[in-house]
Ligand binder design. Sequence first.
Ligand code: UT7
Length: 318
Amino acid sequence: MYARIAGTGSYLPEHILTNEALAQRVETSDEWIASRTGIRQRHLAADGETTSDLALRAVERALEAAGTDKADVDLIIVATTTPDNIFPSTACTLQDKLGLQGFPAFDVQAVCAGFVYALTVADALIKTGAVKCAVVVGAEKLSNIVDWNDRTTCVLFGDGAGAVVLKASDEPGILASKLHADGRYRDILKTPASFKQGQIDGTPWIYMDGGAVFKFAVRALADVANETLAAAGVAQADVDWLVPHQANLRIIESTAKHLHLSMDKVIVTVDKHGNTSAASIPLALDEGVRSGRIQRGQLVLLEGIGGGFAWGSVLFKY
Ligand code: UT7
């Protein structure tokens, strides 16, 4: 029994904030942002638009692409760092917005690695036979926790959502996945706030030690990708597409180099939407599929890393 991606979907909110427009607010430039990160613009959700709203649009598109009736869905997992509320989970809210009920729905919090974590959990549940049709979503409204006066972080992040419909199948399917975490590094990327007696306790903005994150990410992503390929018995040269977490073009290029993959085998969307955390991998995957580059039967390698630190990789045959 395999878990196979039957369809993909994504959604980016309407409002686009370009590097030039950001440079009107903080001391930065399109040249600095583009040369250091590859980012040209990001999408920002409207005031009343929540993470579950973004997720809903992406899921509707994924269900349509999969030719799947929503009544067949028997699991929803939402990977998010910016849930609508502390509770209920964004997955439960999404379930209701889809007009569904009864089956399990829950959130996964692994920051930018959230989507590979969520996909791995859904794969495992499908393999037990308990689930036949899962919806796995990465959705974020990071603009809520970005300090728009801090040029070292506000240029990096954006809002969006991506989703896949994952079905039980005799055909492969997800072939291997590897997940890791190391809490000793939790302070280099964090939003260190909580609620206490009706007050915000701590700092509710994204903090990042960019250099430390960069160094950690380059090594960890190459290692986990190779580990996943080894687990599946697949050679680097047999990978058709790398769909990496979209945080920084230089990290993506470095990972591709470590894996001996040319950049024309890598789906890059970071220029269009910046770092959307858990949403970035499914956003890029959907772009790869809809542009006709990722074809049925090809081998696709996903990999993501982020706060925690948490990271992981999934290899599947599309
Ligand atoms: O999703 C989780 C994964 N996250 C990531 O992968 C992010 C990883 N890190 C990075 O992508 C990079 O470290 C950054 C893009 C965040 C920063 O790039 P960098 O090449 O490491 O720059 P830096 O932090 O070393 O800063 C270089 C200079 C500094 O000025 P001084 O101290 O040299 O005078 C910064 O103050 O650039 C300055 N700077 C800026 N200048 C213009 C920092 N941010 C900006 C900015 N515009 N937005």
